[in-house]
Design a protein around this ligand. Structure first.
Ligand SMILES: C[S@@+](CC[C@H](N)C(=O)[O-])C[C@H]1O[C@@H](n2cnc3c(N)ncnc32)[C@H](O)[C@@H]1O
Length: 280
């Protein structure tokens, strides 16, 4: 897979981040629960449908979709990440689920044509080097008048889960060169116009976009919340190249900043997402 345009993402999701996501799968699922429930309703998978879960990670939503479509339906998860899919397969076996998993790049995979009623994704479609080409490839495996339904993040300014730790850490880290905001990454689909341009360019129609603010549990204490927000995202990658003293200073600063967010039930941060739906 290394000559792929998505090679950087393949390395990223098969490296320490992919391993950390697999290791902390239950925590990640709790973090995303405020997105998962409304997204499931938004996608509305029905009994007997065939569903493709794009960027399925450790398979939580694929297992849920498999339960929704039932024994005569089909739920297939596709993901780049070996560590997460290994866990997904174990979970499917333990749950006696008929969910299936494929390790491949959804942007390039040679899918069978027109087999799925629903393309679904929880936060797995923002990482394509060429998003229009990727959605064209995905659209080919959806039936005529099938739907795609996914969640993606809104802008970092609204998504406090990401922006609080990253802005707090910034003074301690070397200045990063200005990044292309549309480059593959969490926020590449942060603008509704871009979502429409990408999906429309790939041939989808009847595009609907709705705001979703989820209150996401970060931790019971500032220390726990700091570990959670640092270890689950790009900050971990930035800190991997920092010396121990810098890592410690960042952790202390993020912990202190998050202590301002402690409420009666612990620390909750806003996760700001779009729910998106379109037809083939
Ligand atoms: C933010 S995680 C979300 C995982 C899972 N859907 C969840 O909600 O826990 C993004 C996932 O998308 C996957 N991914 C990124 N680019 C992909 C691609 N081109 N094809 C397949 N999966 C991809 C990653 O490996 C990762 O598992």
């Amino acid at each position: 897979m290394s000559a792929s345009p998505n090679a950087a993402q393949i390395a990223y999701w098969n490296g320490p981040i992919g391993q950390a996501w697999a290791k902390h799968q239950e925590k990640r699922d709790r973090d995303h629960a405020g997105i998962t429930a409304p997204l499931m309703e938004w996608a509305a998978a029905k009994p007997n449908e065939a569903v493709l879960d794009i960027g399925c990670g450790a398979g939580t939503t694929t297992l849920m979709l498999a339960a929704r479509v039932g024994p005569n339906g089909k739920a297939v998860g596709i993901d780049l990440s070996g560590p997460m899919l290994e866990l997904a397969r174990k979970r499917a076996e333990a749950a006696r689920s008929n969910a299936q998993f494929v390790q491949a790049d959804a942007a390039e995979y040679g899918f069978e044509k027109q087999v799925f009623d629903l393309g679904f994704s929880q936060l797995g479609v923002m990482f394509f080097a060429d998003p229009v080409a990727a959605f064209v490839n995905i659209r080919r495996t959806l039936k005529k008048r099938a739907r795609i339904a996914f969640a993606c993040w809104r802008s970092p300014a609204e998504h406090l889960w990401a922006s609080i730790p990253e802005s707090t850490a910034r003074p301690f880290l070397p200045a990063a060169p200005p990044a292309d905001p549309n480059a593959p990454g969490r926020f590449s689909l942060r603008l509704p116009d871009r979502i429409k341009q990408v999906l429309g360019g790939a041939g989808f129609c009847a595009i609907e976009i709705e705001k979703l603010d989820a209150r996401t549990f970060a931790g019971a204490t500032p220390e726990e919340a700091a570990s959670s927000v640092i270890d689950s995202g790009p900050l971990q990658r930035n800190l991997a190249n920092a010396d121990e003293a810098t890592r410690q200073r960042v952790r202390e600063a993020v912990t202190e900043r998050l202590s301002a967010e402690v409420g009666p039930d612990g620390i909750f941060l806003t996760s700001a997402a779009w729910l998106v739906r379109a037809l083939t």
